[in-house]
Design a protein around this ligand. Sequence first.
Ligand SMILES: [Zn+2]
Length: 284
Amino acid sequence: MKAVLPTLLSLLLLSACQVPSSVSKTSATSPAGDELKIALPPLLVGLEGPTWDEVQPVEEKFPGWSRPIDNTYTRVTTSRRVLAITFDDGPHPENTPRLLDMLKERDIKATFYAVGNMVKYSPHLLRRMIAEGHEIGNHTVSHGNLARMSDESLLKELRTAHEQILAETGVPPRTMRPPGGAIKKSQKELMMDEFGYPTVLWSVDPEDWKRPGPSVVTSRLVNGASPGGILLVHDLHKPTVDAMPATLDQLLAQGYEFVTVTELIELDEKPSETPSDERTEDRR
Ligand SMILES: [Zn+2]
């Protein structure tokens, strides 16, 4: 059973198309004028990280950015030697805890684009991510192709995943990544209006989901890295996690500092504008 579990989860993720009618245990809305109350997730007890009192009150929409933001990022322009590494499609019950141990050992902060249909099997892993200083972004519930969805379906996907992450962690996602990078310009604008989400793509894609082997994943990531870059990998796949110790150690040795996606966006030195690139891949 153990050996087939990742395969089953992969199939589940690929085939999943249902959006739960409600996964929220904590409403993101608050009665007029009332401060939002956030329940203490029990699994936070005993973990290192911020105490619940330190978590900022949640804004339902338009979380505070200190500067104007674009509606799409593939990287940022910065003089600092920083990278954001992003892990998509988890959390995976075995690979993700192993990855979190690797990150903790190196004091590296990452961003996880979690998928709703995976979150419901390991919600405690989301709480661990937040407790250990990582960030969680919205990667939808079903991992379907957003570019083929109606606005109504897209908003339901994003809203359900948003409320799920908020309910499990007390921290709302502040960015989104479309599955496969497939997204229309009008949809990006809709998500910015509705959720305040910039669309986060990537500057380096090692195609780790094709399982080229850990050493190939490492060399593609290390060779592709540049200051302000966004690295795309998937904690769903064991060989990707196997590639991380060498990848992270080599990038650290090159003087890179790892920041979360929102930290990276805050470091952008480029004047705000709306990039026009559109991506249509739908396999990631
Ligand atoms: Zn994905």
